[in-house]
Ligand binder design. Structure first.
Ligand code: S5P
Length: 277
């Protein structure tokens, strides 16, 4: 992918419905910000999402963290995604055999496939994890991200593991729309003599983004939106605590101000990247 290509130009070449929707939303709302909402009660969860909604292309959830999860909560989440025009990404990190992940994705308490446009998986089980999830997600027009790298100190997802993640994605381009990673993945995992398919364009969503601190004391490592989008060529910045701070002291106006601050930083970094001299 030519780093100067715009989100709109790239959308026109995608085939997966979730990838197209995400790129079009980014272009329409002028935001490459995804807010990650890791709080334990649904009142704070919905309040944060309602506050950041205008500033984001995507909301990332960990619904298994919520102590009072129920179907009504999902209905409210979907209503907010329609009200504010964003997609939903359940950060479930599936990592089991195909049959099990298909059940975890479709069924259980959370019924993730019924409401999340995008979910993700660790490639550790090999291609079968994608096959299992695709059996549920493809007919529902969903998209999958593979965790090719992680933002944490000492992460094992590197080198040959990352190469294999990209190779798995290449064999399932209808369903795998991109990666959770820290940099672009063009050319990664190509064997000698292999060339990249001309239409390959994986989206890269990068967590570990913060403007004020470098880490959280628990292994998380933060880079700035400019480092992530301009220097490393990632497409979406994922920001959690940098935006909502401490949920016990939730201040909606402060959350909105932070969301706009990150939106602008991410968008400016994108404009700087796509600029042609
Ligand atoms: O490598 C990763 C992958 C993910 S999906 N590093 C991450 O931090 N994440 C997720 O991004 C993590 O589960 C959390 O929900 C979010 C980062 O939150 P923050 O508060 O540190 O910005």
């Amino acid at each position: 992918m030519d780093r100067h290509q715009t989100y709109a130009e790239r959308s026109a070449k995608q085939t997966n419905a979730a990838a197209i929707q995400l790129l079009d939303t980014i272009d329409r709302k002028k935001t490459n910000l995804c807010v990650s909402v890791d709080v334990t009660n649904s009142k704070d969860f919905l309040a944060i999402i309602d506050a950041v909604g205008p500033y984001v292309c995507l909301v990332k959830t960990h619904v298994d963290i919520l102590e009072d999860f129920n179907r009504t909560l999902v209905e409210h989440l979907v209503q907010l995604s329609e009200k504010h025009d964003f997609l939903i990404f359940e950060d479930r990190k599936f990592a089991d055999i195909g049959n099990t992940v298909a059940l975890q994705y479709f069924s259980g308490v959370h019924r993730i496939a019924s409401w999340a446009h995008i979910t993700n998986a660790h490639p550790v089980p090999g291609p079968s994890v994608v096959k299992g999830l695709a059996s549920v997600g493809l007919p529902m027009k969903r998209g999958l991200l593979l965790l090719a790298e992680m933002s944490t100190e000492g992460a094992l997802a590197r080198g040959e593991y990352t190469d294999e993640a990209v190779r798995i994605a290449r064999t399932h381009r209808d369903f795998v729309i991109g990666f959770i990673a820290q940099r672009r993945m063009e050319g990664v995992g190509l064997r000698p003599g292999e060339t990249m398919h001309p239409t390959e364009d994986f989206l890269v969503l990068a967590p570990g983004v913060g403007l004020d601190v470098k880490g959280d004391g628990m292994g998380q490592q933060y880079r700035t939106p400019r480092q992530v989008v301009f220097e490393s060529g990632c497409d979406v910045i994922i920001v959690g605590r940098g935006i909502y701070g401490k949920p016990e002291a939730l201040d909606v106006q402060a959350v909105q101000a932070q969301a706009e601050r990150y939106r602008k930083a991410g968008w400016d970094a994108y404009l700087e990247r796509v600029k042609r001299e």
